[in-house]
Design a protein around this ligand. Structure first.
Ligand code: ADP
Length: 482
């Protein structure tokens, strides 16, 4: 089976969050099952700098009059995964992130940038393709790939089936209706039964409406987005398409996230090795200027600092945490006010609070290894990957019961602890008081090492590797391509 995997980011070349991790790991996991997968990605500077064996294979012309584009074949460093790169210097060769400029604002021509990615994905799937290689199924990630299904609908049969995956419905790729002609889509598709969304054009709605099948990244999130508020305005359409919507839980890439062969750690350790974990905690405390205190519970955050992630609740419960003798180490970037709140807390109490506002792959790994508790009180969470990584590192997740967190964390109570199934702490409501209660429960258990080790051991024993998820996607692709 030939699969064209269309994405706007893929680890290790370009990553801003969970989508990057998925796009780095799922294609090789599908390939391991025997599928021929090509990952279609914009040729940002970081991609051109890192992709191996680059060669030009086709001229894509200048479909939007925004700049000439060509197609490169290349390989992913590490996995060797075959890549197809859309190289349009006018749209993609700039400093800044894949979605935002250096000031943190959306690129003003994002509709053209990701419109071109979608155009290229559709061309390669259509009989007009310049390549001999034609996919049996097209797998589109998030809003940035949402127009692939729209173009293929517009261009008519024959075309391969399209699967649209929603990694986060909060980001919908919404643009003024006036962009439609510049994307070479007809006004006839600008309709409720089409890509219109409250007077705008929505890339994600287009994907959901025109795709043959829709997936999202956990079973609970698949249910939640069929209602308000989680559906973010698309709940009606998703409920109408419920028969074609499935939640497939993401996997964890243990090739990247395993403490025994993690190059970022002060000292590699096997899951369950308490002395190895203690050494990493000590190194983290030393590196971050926190008090070197083996007995102090160290809570860590590796997250975008946004309201969606519940990050406003953490400063609210911080005084009670510190009062209880805990420490907090935060890695993240996001909303200016939240970044400021964390920085102020660290400045006020640098021996108990550390914050790094920015992006650091190495620090993300060191926090997972050195922390005792991973804080993740998300208001919604499609899947969440950091809690899966935390398990392997002996770090106990403390989460809100939503989306993939509800599917992957078992709350610690009398029964679950006795049964050996407790893997973390789950709060029911996203309120500071509830989070504080949950933190207090976790700190109480932390001070009972035997029980804490039971929770750590139950988490470390779980296997969230990619093979089952890849098998589920593969079964879906086969069912669609007949
Ligand atoms: P989301 O995709 O919503 O951001 P996930 O939990 O699915 O959340 O994935 C987050 C991924 O991004 C993880 O690999 C995590 O380690 C990484 N990450 C988040 N923030 C940072 C940061 N500031 N620096 C480095 N890695 C980060």
């Amino acid at each position: 089976m030939r699969v064209l995997f269309v994405t706007s980011e893929a680890y290790p070349l370009v990553k801003t969050g969970g989508l990057g991790d998925v796009a780095g790991a799922l294609p090789p996991a599908l390939a391991a099952l025997g599928d021929d997968v090509r990952v279609l990605l914009p040729a940002y500077p970081a991609v051109l700098a890192g992709a191996e064996d680059q060669r030009e294979i086709a001229d894509l012309g200048d479909p939007f009059g925004a700049g000439a584009a060509r197609l490169l074949a290349a390989r992913m460093p590490g996995s060797g995964q075959p890549l197809l790169l859309v190289d349009c210097p006018a749209l993609f060769r700039r400093d800044g992130g894949p979605y935002l400029d250096a000031q943190g604002d959306d690129w003003p021509d994002n509709h053209l940038r990701f419109g071109l990615l979608c155009w290229a994905g559709a061309v390669l799937s259509h009989r007009m393709s310049p390549l001999d290689w034609r996919p049996d199924v097209v797998h589109c990630q998030d809003w940035q790939a949402g127009l692939v299904a729209a173009y293929l609908h517009d261009w008519g049969q024959p075309r391969p089936p399209v699967v649209q995956t929603i990694h986060n419905i909060a980001y919908q790729g919404r643009f003024p209706a006036g962009v439609l002609p510049s994307l070479r889509l007809p006004w006839s598709m600008y309709a409720i039964d089409g890509l219109e969304f409250y007077g705008d054009v929505s890339f994600l709605k287009a994907g959901i409406f025109y795709a043959d099948h829709i997936t999202t990244v956990s079973p609970t999130y698949a249910r939640e987005i069929q209602g308000a508020p989680h559906g973010a305005g698309l709940e009606g359409l998703l409920a109408a398409r419920a028969a074609d919507l499935v939640g497939i839980l993401n996997g964890a890439d243990y090739g990247v996230w395993s403490p025994e062969h993690d190059p970022h750690l002060a000292q590699p350790y096997r899951p369950g090795d308490a002395a190895g974990k203690a050494a990493n905690k000590r190194a983290l405390q030393a590196d971050t200027g926190l008090d070197i205190a083996p007995e102090a519970p160290l809570l860590v955050v590796v997250s975008r600092l946004t309201w969606h992630k519940g990050m406003d609740l953490v400063p609210a419960v911080l005084p009670a945490m510190l009062e209880a003798g805990a420490q907090l180490a935060v890695l993240g970037s996001g909303e200016t006010g939240l970044e400021g709140a964390f920085r102020a807390a660290a400045a006020a109490d640098p021996r108990q609070v550390f914050v790094h506002t920015g992006y650091s792959e190495a620090l993300a790994h060191r926090l997972q290894a050195g922390g005792d508790i991973l804080l993740m009180p998300s208001r919604f969470e499609p899947c969440g990957l950091t809690q899966l990584y935390a398990y392997r590192y002996g770090t106990v997740p403390l989460v809100h019961r939503t989306g993939g967190l509800a599917d992957t964390v078992v709350d610690t109570g009398y029964d679950t602890l006795a049964a050996g199934t407790a893997t973390g702490f789950v709060c029911e409501r996203t309120e500071a008081a509830d989070l504080q209660w949950c933190v207090e429960r976790a700190l109480a258990l932390y001070r009972r090492p035997e029980q804490w080790r039971r929770i750590q051991a139950a988490g470390a024993a779980l296997d969230f590797g990619w093979p089952p998820a890849a098998a589920a996607y593969r079964a879906l692709f086969h069912s669609l391509s007949g």
